[in-house]
Write a protein that binds this ligand. Structure first.
Ligand code: ADP
Length: 265
């Protein structure tokens, strides 16, 4: 009989979920831009059941992770974001030894061993610079959606340098550049470079081992990926499932626990 499990990642801005069959086959995924404290997590579960054609009782085990995991009472277990990201990244990129995760309000750099276990990490959760929040603030000034930043950056030649590292000062700087008639693509490329330089500094502090991959929502932005690759002088692995990495890791843990309980029980 097949074993279906669910992994849910409740982030600061976005809730994500994955249904996994027999520990390795992704049956369905769902993501909604509504994070902790919203109906996002409940919607994820509902939509996953709907799209996979499963009933609640068909799910053998659910693991919840992410910033908002403690607010979700329906899971069988809550696990840390770091463990789940490491597990999910190892599934997507078995050769990854460094994972750079940029989410809505923090950035983490994790080192993994060959089995996908985390051996070290560094995190910035004190400052919006170098996170998705920075990109959201800048996109709003430019009247763009964050999903449009990649295509703008791709049109640029040289990037316009953003000197301020602080998000609030950088915001004033961008407004002033705009009023001076700055080229928008060059400005967007500079914004992507600013995120890459903050997160790149974190990665250099922990020491980069190849191969490097990205996870988290900001990984969807090719402008940031390219800037980070340039900053580190390394290729950056990316999967379209990058934002689902934590939910995927949670689902893999759910499978391990479900099968262990079956054996033990
Ligand atoms: P969290 O778990 O903190 O909610 P996620 O890893 O889900 O974080 O990432 C959410 C962040 O990713 C948000 O700040 C969002 O704006 C950003 N994001 C999502 N897609 C894109 C994109 N295409 N380009 C840039 N940023 C993006």
């Amino acid at each position: 009989m097949s074993c279906y499990v669910m992994g849910i990642d409740i982030g600061s801005t976005t809730s994500k979920g994955v249904v996994l069959k027999d520990g390795s086959e992704i049956v369905s995924t769902y993501l909604i831009h509504a994070g902790t404290g919203t109906k996002g997590p409940a919607t994820v579960k509902e939509e996953l059941l709907k799209s996979s054609g499963l009933k609640e009782d068909d799910i053998a085990y659910t693991v919840v992770t992410g910033y908002g995991r403690k607010t979700y009472a329906e899971a069988d277990a809550q696990l840390s974001e770091l463990s789940c990201h490491a597990k999910g990244a190892h599934y997507l990129f078995p050769e990854a030894r460094t994972v750079i995760d940029i989410g809505g309000q923090d950035a983490k750099v994790m080192k993994l061993d060959g089995e996908g276990r985390m051996t070290a990490f560094l995190m910035n959760d004190k400052c919006a610079a170098g996170t998705g929040r920075f990109l959201e603030v800048m996109a709003a000034i430019l009247q763009l959606d964050v999903s449009q930043l990649e295509e703008e950056a791709a049109k640029a030649g040289e990037a316009l340098k953003i000197s301020s590292t602080c998000t609030v000062f950088a915001e004033s700087e961008v407004i002033s550049q705009l009023s001076n008639g700055a080229d928008i693509p060059a400005l967007v490329k500079g914004i992507c470079k600013s995120v890459a330089s903050r997160v790149g500094a974190l990665a250099k502090r922990i020491g980069i081992e190849e191969k490097v991959c990205m996870s988290g929502g900001v990984a969807n932005n090719g402008g940031v990926r390219d800037a980070l690759a340039e900053e580190l002088g390394k290729e950056i692995g990316y999967s379209p499932l990058a934002q689902l990495t934590g939910a995927l890791g949670a689902a893999i843990y759910a499978y391990e626990r479900a099968t262990k309980e079956r054996k033990d029980g």
